[in-house]
Design a protein. Structure first.
Length: 451
């Protein structure tokens, strides 16, 4: 009796499960590369850093706005090209913090987009590796199943050539001796076990292949999703990169313009000094004109009493709100100001009050209109004498007006409409520049206003 031939026992291919450690290593390496290339920045920490930078930028912006306000008041009265250059330079100074912040945020967004794109790309590569492993497993198991079927066929053919299945009766009758019977029985048992093992292996292989095919289908679906996600992340990364480039270009343009304006302003420093000297001379002329006008008025109004509409002198508040804005709102105080580029100190001789273009302007106290005229740097100005208060002559001026509504020599009462607000002369925007004169010299108006 021929011995049944056992199926080929060559090594079977490594299954996908045996590749788990390799894929884990790939993911670990990919994660390390992403970290090294793009920087390991945890989202909460990045968010905190951006918030800190935004707060710092806001603080710097406010400081620059204060500097701009001070510098504008240093150059108050400076008209034409010089004033425009200075105003633009100061405007750039206030824009720079926001431009720097925009660049930092755009760069952070670009770095985040690159990180996310790299992570998705690593996942996509892992999914492709899984698909390749599963495809290789399916192919190898299919080849092995084919070989098993061939082995089963071969065993069937050999059994047929040997006279079919060997029964226990024929095995006893055909045995020449007890030793021969034992040998025949052992061979028959081995053949049956081999056939059963091959059938079990075939079923297990085919079952594994079906499972692998289902997993491959799922992985291929995931690959499709990851490809779409990867494309979206790449597009987001490109958009963020473009935003960062635009933000840097905007910042660079501001820095270049800032340097140009600084150079232009410094080149005109002597001319600016001469203009400011002229403006200060105009302020002196105003005080001199005021002293003469008050002296003449004092003689004429010697017998005139106190107007009941005026705030009482003993209260300390000598003026009512001269603006349409309620309550009264100060945008810039009286005092010395410093220009950060020209390094000039100069007195801002009044107080700036919020009043929009065309808003009403009222007499702060009863008195006599001394003049309504255009003064260099001050624009349209109304000057009102209020006589003598607490032993000192008192007057007030209303500047940068767009329209006069009273005439020189007119008597006005506290709160009476006298003009419309504007931005004539040197003024960046509509407001009321309000000055108070005691004994023909400017003083801080704040203590005398209802603030």
């Amino acid at each position: 009796m021929r011995r049944p031939t056992a199926p080929n026992s060559t090594s079977r291919p490594v299954r996908a499960g045996q590749r788990t450690s390799r894929r884990a290593a790939i993911l670990a390496v990919a994660g390390l590369v992403v970290t090294l290339v793009l920087g390991a920045v945890a989202p909460p920490a990045m968010g905190d850093a951006i918030d800190d930078r935004r707060a710092a930028a806001e603080k710097e912006k406010k400081a620059n706005e204060r500097k701009r306000s001070d510098a504008e008041e240093v150059l108050e009265g400076l008209e034409g090209e010089l004033g425009a250059v200075s105003d633009r330079l100061l405007e750039i100074e206030t824009q720079l913090p926001a431009a720097r912040l925009a660049l930092q945020e755009a760069e952070a967004e670009f770095a985040k987009a690159k990180r996310e794109a790299a992570i998705v790309a690593a996942r996509l590569e892992d999914a492709k590796d899984q698909a390749a492993d599963l495809s290789a497993t399916i192919e190898a198991d299919s080849d092995e199943a084919t070989k098993m079927r061939e082995a089963i066929g071969q065993m069937a053919r050999e059994a047929y050539r040997g006279g079919g299945d060997v029964s226990s009766v024929s095995m006893i009758l055909d045995a020449d001796s007890s030793e021969d019977f034992i040998e025949r029985a052992d061979l028959m048992s081995q053949a049956l076990r081999t056939r059963a093992q091959v059938l079990d292996d075939l079923q297990a292989t085919e079952s594994g292949n079906r499972n692998s095919a289902q997993r491959l289908e799922a992985v291929q679906g995931r690959i499709s999703e990851l490809k779409d996600e990867a494309d979206a992340k790449v597009a987001a990364s490109k958009k963020a990169k473009k935003a960062a480039e635009d933000a840097k270009a905007a910042l660079d343009a501001l820095l270049v313009e800032q340097q140009d304006k600084q150079t232009a302003l410094l080149a005109k420093k002597d001319e600016i000094a001469a203009k400011l000297k002229e403006i200060d001379a105009e302020a002196k002329r105003i005080e001199q004109d005021l002293a003469k006008a008050i002296a003449e008025q004092r003689k004429r109004d010697a017998a005139k009493g106190t107007d009941p509409d005026d705030p009482p002198a003993a209260s300390g508040t000598l003026f009512v709100n001269p603006t349409q804005t309620r309550p009264i709102y100060v945008t810039s105080e009286y005092g010395m100001r410093f220009h950060p580029v020209l390094h000039y100190w100069r007195l801002h001789a009044g107080i700036d009050l919020r009043d929009y273009c065309g808003n009403d302007v009222y007499a702060g106290r009863s008195g006599t209109v001394l003049w309504t005229q255009y003064r260099y740097g001050y624009g349209n100005q109304v000057m009102i004498s209020h006589g003598t208060v607490n032993g000192k002559t008192l007057a007030s001026s209303y500047n940068h007006l767009s329209q006069f509504l009273v005439r020189p020599g007119a008597s006005v009462k506290a709160g009476q409409l006298i003009a419309r607000a504007g931005n004539t002369g040197t003024s960046g925007a509509c407001h009321l520049h309000f000055e108070v004169y005691m004994n023909s010299s400017t003083v801080n108006p704040r203590p005398f206003l209802p603030l």
